[in-house]
Design a protein around this ligand. Structure first.
Ligand SMILES: [Zn+2]
Length: 182
């Protein structure tokens, strides 16, 4: 029993050690604050069609104020400096997904951008706040185009389902961004 607990603690320390090392080597990519991922920096021209926890939603859904697919192909920006830990097409209801790890004030956060039409960053690369990382998509026609944005304070969770009544590990993206501007 105690052996198991020790093993678990060690492995999560190792996982953090990876990120500690890369952000120590590249300190300019430590986040200094956050902006919105569309209509930068304040989401001008966009609205949040499905807010965090509405219908058990684990993120925000950013849509262009023009409605429908008027926002298809619009730029998506990194909300803060960070490291791209995942960028790939998962298919199903997710489509193209980008996951960025941010180190901020000594803690780690993840931002997740889903249903992208295009991805313009690669796994293992660094990004700056406001840098274009992809374009708004519709998960290969599954929805009207929009950006599903999640922010997590546990960077080691599985992708999940985008909806759950248990919000452990997930933050309200709009609240987080608004209270951590710079
Ligand atoms: Zn969504």
């Amino acid at each position: 029993m105690s052996q198991n607990i020790k093993k678990k603690a060690d492995s999560s320390q190792d996982a953090f050690a990876f990120f500690d090392t890369i952000f120590t080597k590249k300190p300019t990519y430590v986040a200094k604050g956050f902006d919105f991922p569309v209509g930068k920096p304040d989401a001008k021209g966009y609205y949040n069609a499905q807010k965090f926890t509405v219908n058990d939603h684990l993120g925000d859904d950013w849509n262009g104020t023009g409605g429908g697919n008027t926002d298809l192909g619009d730029p998506i920006y990194a909300i803060g400096n960070g490291y791209v830990k995942f960028a790939n097409n998962i298919g199903g209801g997710w489509g193209n997904v980008i996951r960025i790890v941010h180190k901020y004030k000594g803690k780690y956060y993840e931002s997740l951008y889903a249903h992208c039409e295009k991805i313009s960053v690669k796994k293992g690369s660094f990004v700056n706040k406001g840098m274009q990382i992809g374009t708004i998509g519709n998960a290969d026609g599954a929805y009207y185009a929009h950006l599903h944005l999640e922010i997590r304070d546990d960077i080691f969770m599985e992708l999940g389902a985008g909806y759950d009544d248990d919000t452990k590990g997930f933050l309200n993206p709009t609240t987080f961004i608004k209270s951590n501007r710079n």
